[in-house]
Design a binder for this molecule. Structure first.
Ligand code: GRF
Length: 219
């Protein structure tokens, strides 16, 4: 992957979109090298859509229930992603399962964020407060978040970045979620920035972070 200018993102959402907001804020900095080309929501009432509109970003709704099959839904998502010429697909609280055709078409070009340190507390059913409750129920002392590339499994793709968040004695699922979310908002833009600089090299399960090229000319 070479360094690239003006990386175009398609951000897929279903909910409040606080990660989307962190990504938008990052992209609005001149040095980010990335721009949100389109926000695609699997729900009509996602507040993330409002965030997109406020920033003048194209916002589209693609609901699984409006399509007769998984294949038709994948085709609709692919059409939208390619129409906006997205280079990187960013899942930010997207609650629909991404179909195989989308994953295959954008291999190592789809990122997701999970609110725990994978491979712990991930996989089917591990979303939202379930994740943080499972961490507390297990008695884990450290949680955190993981940015990964998406593969065919649930939360199984190559890990890009992780951040640790200590569990506190008096934590509830909500208080732990809130502290993890702060780290998510820092980590996701960082991963996108590394990708935009061409500094992520996937070697099997490992994602190597290449050193910054200093003094590199763009011409
Ligand atoms: C985040 O906790 C993220 O880790 C998970 O879904 C949640 C989305 O939150 N994948 P928001 O919509 O970005 O606020």
């Amino acid at each position: 992957m070479n360094g690239r200018k003006g990386l175009r993102l398609a951000v897929l959402v279903s909910g409040g979109g606080t990660n989307l907001q962190a990504i938008i804020d990052h992209c609005e900095q001149e040095t980010s090298g990335a721009t949100v080309a389109v926000v695609i929501s699997s729900r009509r009432d996602a507040y993330a859509l409002e965030r997109a509109r406020r920033h003048g970003i194209a916002a589209e709704v693609r609901r699984r229930r409006d399509y007769p099959s998984e294949e038709a839904y994948s085709a609709a998502l692919l059409e939208c992603i390619s129409r906006f010429q997205a280079d990187l697909v960013v899942l930010a609280g997207f609650m629909s399962v991404l179909g195989q055709p989308v994953i295959a078409a954008y291999r190592h070009r789809i990122m997701n964020i999970h609110p725990a340190l994978l491979p712990s507390f991930g996989g089917p059913g591990m979303y939202g407060e379930h994740v943080h409750q499972a961490v507390l129920d297990y008695g884990a002392k450290v949680s955190g978040c993981t940015v990964m590339f998406v593969d065919e499994g649930v939360d199984t793709g190559p890990v890009i970045l992780q951040a640790a968040v200590p569990v506190q004695e008096d934590d509830t699922a909500a208080s732990l979620a809130a502290r993890v979310l702060v780290q998510e908002h820092r980590l996701y833009p960082e991963a996108i920035s590394l990708y935009a600089q061409g500094r992520l090299a996937v070697e099997g399960r490992r994602v190597r972070i290449l050193p910054e090229e200093r003094g590199k000319s763009d011409d």
